[in-house]
Design a protein around this ligand. Structure first.
Ligand SMILES: [Zn+2]
Length: 414
């Protein structure tokens, strides 16, 4: 009987923890409201792709020949007068922490417990501050918005966002949760539906972003790496304490299950052994904030899969990196960045979809929402018709590449 009560108590504790954790999958779906069902379906499809991707070793070979993944970033700072007005140095320092952590360049990378040191892993990724805005004009990539309601995240801060197909938006109100809550931030998981709804990105309290005069984080304290935790979510990682000791957990094989879910500002060993095994408390996806140091190889593989999802793949395409100023044009640097529109009609369709582009279409690829490549057509003219009559009804993503342009177009087959 006592055992049964304990199990119920644990389940209740977990449910409370999940409900209180604003960056959990549960909270993400709750915020999505009516869209939750669409997101759930897409997450299931993404999960199937992820499991297949991890099983398929050939991508590792392909990846070995590839250079760094680069993701264009824009940082929106919300302030009211001087309140919340972090300077560029502080904004940059938060981004530096993120880049260092992902690459294993963090100061405490070499002080991980022996038990987990052998499975620590880094991801060759660069979060690049955009130097071209959506209109192709020069930008610092740090955009200041004076808005009193946004200061406490009391309005839709994402209404200030730049095109989520092209930029990873960070929104920095002073307080993401209205006041100086122990919770710092929340992120969206990788879903095209979220990107399409301009709902993608990370919302983060600027009082804990990087180091500087308006940051309350002591220099060197790992609380600052909450940014790495949130971007882990953005790349489809779940908490190491997801489901506690039971269930599917975080869907990563090499992270031991653990209890958790409450904010612990210090230490690595707060829930150690809670599921009968050592806890990887220094994992970025734990909630301990005194010792965030590492991802595991299993987590890195999962993030690599997420980078191939329709909601992420366009961000790091060469065309997009050129258009956001994160990659120099390979030939003539004086060349204009023209982002002409691609017309696509009729949409929805049950027979043919016609594409018209000002530029010659170099490649047109069709994906399903699980990220599977269905069709690819090269060297097309300015117009092309895609026969969709054999496709099952549903939503698809079409990627259209031309000389200086990438367009991601959602197609509905009915
Ligand atoms: Zn989280």
């Amino acid at each position: 009987m006592i055992r049964i009560i304990s199990i119920f108590a644990l389940i209740l504790l977990y449910q409370l923890s999940a409900a209180q954790s604003p960056c959990s999958v549960e909270a993400y779906l709750e915020r999505a409201g009516d869209n939750a069902k669409v997101l759930q379906l897409e997450m299931q499809e993404n999960e199937a792709f992820t499991q297949q991707f991890i099983l398929d070793q050939s991508w590792k070979l392909a990846k070995a020949q590839e250079s760094t993944y680069t993701i264009p970033v824009v940082i929106h700072v919300f302030h009211w007068g001087d309140d919340g007005l972090i300077d560029e140095q502080q904004a940059l320092s938060g981004l530096q922490v993120l880049n260092d952590d992902f690459k294993g360049l963090n100061d405490d990378w070499d002080s991980i417990d022996a038990e987990f040191d052998s499975i620590k892993a880094s991801l060759d990724i660069e979060f690049c501050l955009a130097s071209l805005d959506p209109d192709g004009n020069p930008t610092s990539g740090i955009i200041y918005h004076e808005d009193e309601a946004a200061l406490t995240n009391d309005m839709n801060v994402k209404s200030y966002g730049w095109d989520n197909h092209r930029y990873f938006n960070f929104y920095l109100p002073k307080y993401a949760f209205g006041d100086s809550s122990d919770f710092t931030a929340y992120a969206t998981y990788p879903a095209l539906a979220t990107v399409e709804a301009q709902d993608d990105g990370v919302v983060y309290s600027s009082i804990r972003w990087g180091y500087g005069s308006k940051s309350i984080v002591e220099p060197g304290h790992d609380w600052v790496s909450v940014v790495t935790h949130e971007v882990g979510h953005w790349l489809n990682l779940r908490h190491t304490f997801q489901d506690g000791c039971f269930g599917a957990g975080d869907m990563v094989d090499d992270t031991p299950p653990t209890e958790g879910g409450t904010i612990i500002p210090e230490g690595c060993y707060n829930f150690d052994g809670s599921c009968g095994v050592s806890t990887n408390g220094s994992n970025y996806m734990d909630y301990n904030h005194g010792c965030k140091k590492m991802f595991t190889q299993g987590q890195v593989d999962r993030m690599l899969a997420a980078l191939q999802f329709p909601g992420r793949i366009g961000l790091w395409s060469e065309e997009n990196l050129i258009g956001t100023g994160c990659l120099d044009l390979p030939t003539n640097s004086e060349q204009e960045h023209s982002f002409t529109k691609v017309d696509c009609f009729p949409n929805p369709s049950d027979s043919k979809v016609f594409f018209n582009s000002e530029d010659v279409i170099e490649e047109l690829t069709l994906f399903n929402l699980g990220g599977q490549l269905l069709e690819s057509h090269q060297d097309l003219a300015n117009a092309f018709s895609l026969d969709v009559s054999d496709l099952p009804a549903g939503v698809y993503l079409c990627r259209v590449l031309s000389a200086n342009q990438i367009s991601a177009i959602k197609i509905v087959v009915d």
